[in-house]
Design a protein. Structure first.
Length: 70
């Protein structure tokens, strides 16, 4: 009976260690995904602001110039 209890405790310990390792890997994956999402938002937001500024320049400044007459 002692051997059976030892085997059960050993299996529980191994399962707990595997679960801890999987949990740590999941946490690392979530951290990497969060950093990637923030980076993508900054990158995309930067391009959006740049395109918005270019659009304002083209629509408001360039289209409202005084025509050159000769």
């Amino acid at each position: 009976m002692d051997d059976f209890a030892g085997v059960i405790i050993g299996i529980i310990v191994v399962v707990a260690i595997v679960a801890l390792i999987v949990y740590i890997i999941a946490l690392i994956a979530m951290a990497i995904a969060t950093v990637a999402a923030i980076g993508g938002s900054v990158w995309g937001g930067g391009w959006a602001i740049l395109n918005y500024c270019r659009s304002i320049k083209e629509n408001l400044i360039d289209s409202n110039r005084t025509p050159v007459t000769v």
